[in-house]
Write a protein that binds this ligand. Structure first.
Ligand code: BGC
Length: 752
């Protein structure tokens, strides 16, 4: 494969049925804003303004609407209220609008005669290209080439260019460019006011005010290579300019559209309008080439830290880059008022909310490639501590309880009681991530300044949430662990271990701070109103909290009551394995059965590897894997890592295929509703923790590897940030090398 094939996601030939999948997969963005990969001209029979009421449902099993196309423009932080589903990220007006018409025929991929269609997302610079030949009913032939990107350097800018070359015929081409607010979010219109405007000098703007009071301003400037007399063609919801020019064989027309997007949440000074004007005039001063170079350089420096190179498996190479692309794109490390939502800002599913995915699946990638981004994700949790305090109060507890599905301010948004009430491990997952960050970076200041508040407040919640049995043992009852197919269990091993860890870390942090920085501790004690005896209570609860296993347990049980659930005859029930198991069983039956949605005990073993023997790991894998449905996209990567640790190379390779297929599979149209961003982080973990065998920074101060490359992989190499230093790791079959960047000697070892 040449370089382009290892860096470009391609759509060869247009199929209407796959359009929505590519809209998700080709989402472009820069942390500040994200736009799905829709066509500039839209799609026939795919209205974007359909109003309907979406009801609370299990997202995994829900049948999504909009089979053909769903446009999406998202700015993290711009949210609205849904009457039944609570807070949701708003799908903002469509910036990309650019339509062509020739002799009454509107360009449309479904209705026109199109040949040579190709579209590709270049992951190196996040630019999306489309080219095809349009043969009109009147016999005119036009070669159309589209290109667009959302600047990684000048984050308010969206840059588009279309070239039309006339291969044969002549006619008058009508060009229409729009900014359109006739869009909906899960069927809802969130706009209270829409002000479209168009100036015949070639600029258009759209100001929208959301019901929550946020202002979004979009300002486009057009440049065309032919003289075009623009005419305003606005509607109540759309700003539009229309122009015409005559073309004949050999002519070329270039239309460029440069759009600045600003909102009242931006941190820069000035009004939304003045800032958009400044952005645009600055961009025009820079010129197209410099604008592009700034953008491309910014992507280049991100890739330098994040890229993973694989020799010998081109498919894995391209897949991992697709995942890394979406991880890089979703991150906005300059703004701790937002984090990364479960669909990576590439769709409306999961409503733009924050789950445990961030801490457990995404964080390791950022810790080791961009520690500042990891810090920002944790700072978001610190900034939403008050919301977590309110959640605890609402449930009748002290302290702070993080939301299963967090709003921008930290409050619970999950509309399904099972998860909202019982999937409580999220609160401890955040503490695990906090400690992981501090250990991987050595940023103790973060712990002392922000972390301690999270630790103490969540510890208070846990002390209230624990029940004490007659033997004086602490228990966590009525718990949903990571496996969401058992909603109400007793002492879930994963949850209890995480809570115990969380309490232990709180006590250790308080001890260390008091010993090492008494003033810092005194300030925290005052701020948090730490009472005499509280630390003792945390210590006692940590010590006495039940773990449903010990080092002798052969098969670590998922929960105390796991063995009592009903066995499932998968062969007779699950007749079509290409669809989730959850579609083949009622919820009532599922909730009393031994069918796992996702890794649970195995996730525990991944997070605490040193606490389990190899025999326990092996037994857990052998027992749980056959009864795990992998209905959750978070499951396959964990299984792949464990299989790799067990040196079960075939199984690990199978899981690698599954992980890669989650967003890329055309059969499943995996990315249609957005990107499974947790799985993107999971793929990074599968490669780094699984195949390179890196010991987690949580459990090792030094960089340690135990590589096990999949069959056929000739070389795996990547960079890693570790405690303030950067390293390059290269693994070949049978050998590996760790090279400290900027000075230092290489460390070599052997791989399995
Ligand atoms: C999974 C959860 C996950 C959520 C968001 C669900 O299907 O079971 O573990 O947090 O999706 O990705």
């Amino acid at each position: 494969m040449n370089d382009e094939n290892l860096w470009c996601l391609k759509e060869n030939g247009y199929q209407a049925g796959l359009h929505k999948h590519y809209e998700g997969l080709f989402t472009q963005g820069n942390g500040y804003m994200h736009v799905r990969g829709s066509f500039e001209e839209g799609c026939s029979d795919a209205p974007q303004d359909e109003e309907y009421l979406r009801f609370p449902d299990n997202v995994t099993l829900e049948k999504p609407r909009h089979p053909k196309s769903k446009q999406g423009t998202f700015i993290p932080g711009i949210v609205g209220q849904h009457p039944l589903l609570k807070e949701e990220i708003i799908n903002l007006p469509y910036v990309l609008g650019l339509e062509f018409r020739l002799a009454g025929e509107t360009l449309d991929m479904d209705r026109c005669r199109i040949s040579g269609y190709r579209r590709w997302l270049d992951l190196r610079d996040g630019s999306l290209q489309r080219s095809f030949i349009w043969e009109t009913a009147e016999g005119m032939q036009l070669q159309c080439t589209y290109s667009r990107y959302i600047s990684m350097a000048d984050t308010h800018l969206c840059i588009q260019r279309v070239q039309v070359a006339v291969l044969a015929g002549e006619g008058r081409l009508e060009v229409k460019t729009t900014l359109r607010a006739d869009v909906r979010t899960n069927g809802m219109n969130h706009f209270a006011r829409i002000v479209p405007s168009a100036e015949t000098v070639g600029s258009l703007s759209l100001e929208t005010l959301t019901e929550e009071g946020n202002q979004i301003f979009m300002l486009s400037a057009l440049e065309v290579s032919e003289v075009m007399n623009w005419q305003a063609d606005n509607t109540r919801t759309t700003a539009a300019l229309r122009g015409e020019c005559s073309l004949q064989t050999g002519d070329r027309l270039t239309v460029s559209k440069l759009t600045a997007v600003t909102t009242d949440r931006d941190m820069e000074e000035g009004t939304v309008r003045s800032r958009a004007c400044t952005q645009l005039s600055r961009a025009r001063d820079l010129g197209w080439e410099q604008l592009y170079n700034r953008h491309a350089d910014s992507w280049k420096s991100k890739w330098q830290e994040a890229d993973i190179r694989i020799k010998g498996d081109d498919m894995a190479q391209l897949s991992v880059r697709a995942s890394l692309y979406h991880l890089i794109r979703s991150n906005r490390e300059q703004d701790a008022r937002v984090a990364i939502c479960a669909k990576g800002y590439a769709g409306e599913a999961y409503f733009g909310r924050y789950f445990w995915d961030t801490e457990i699946n995404l964080l390791p990638f950022f810790l080791h490639t961009n520690p500042q981004a990891a810090r920002n994700l944790l700072l978001f949790r610190y900034n939403t501590l008050d919301g977590a305090r309110r959640n605890a109060r609402n449930y009748g507890y002290r302290g702070a309880r993080y939301a299963w599905e967090s709003s921008l301010s930290g409050e619970e948004q999950c509309a399904n009681w099972q998860y909202a009430d019982h999937e409580i491990h999220i609160t401890a997952d955040i503490v695990y991530a906090l400690c992981h960050y501090v250990r991987a970076t050595g940023d103790n200041e973060f712990l002392e300044r922000y972390g301690i508040d999270i630790l103490v407040e969540t510890a208070r919640y846990w002390c209230d949430r624990v029940d004490w049995n007659r033997e004086g043992v602490g228990e966590l009852l009525g718990v949903m662990g990571p496996d969401e197919y058992l909603p109400f269990t007793r002492n879930n091993a994963f949850t209890n271990r995480m809570v115990k860890f969380s309490l232990e870390q709180t006590v250790a942090c308080m001890d260390n701070l008091e010993g090492g920085n008494p003033d810092g501790y005194a300030a925290a004690a005052e701020r948090l109103d730490i009472r005499p005896g509280e630390r003792e209570l945390f210590r006692h609860t940590a010590e006495k909290l039940r773990l449903p296993y010990d080092s002798q347990t052969e098969i670590v049980p998922q929960s105390d009551d796991f063995a009592s659930y009903a066995d499932v005859d998968f062969a007779s029930l699950w007749t079509d394995r290409s669809r989730p198991f959850g579609h083949f069983i009622s919820q009532e039956r599922n909730y009393r059965s031994k069918a796992l949605k996702q890794a649970d005990v195995l996730e525990l073993m991944l997070l605490f590897p040193q606490e389990f023997t190899r025999e326990q790991l092996k037994a857990a894998y052998a027992y749980y894997e056959p009864i795990t449905t992998h209905d959750s996209s978070l499951s396959a990567a964990v299984h792949g890592i464990v299989a790799s640790w067990l040196n079960q190379k075939e199984a690990a390779a199978d899981f690698l295929q599954r992980v890669m297929a989650i967003d890329l599979s055309l059969e499943k149209k995996g990315a249609a509703e957005g990107i499974h961003i947790a799985n993107c982080g999971g793929l990074w973990q599968l490669i780094v923790y699984g195949f390179a065998g890196l010991t987690s920074a949580m459990w090792s101060e030094t960089l340690q590897l135990q590589p096990r490359l999949p069959e056929g992989w000739e070389e795996l190499s990547f960079r890693i940030a570790w405690r303030g230093e950067r390293y390059r790791i290269t693994v070949n079959p049978g050998a590996y090398e760790v090279h400290k960047l900027k000075g230092g000697n290489a460390i070599a070892g052997t791989a399995i």
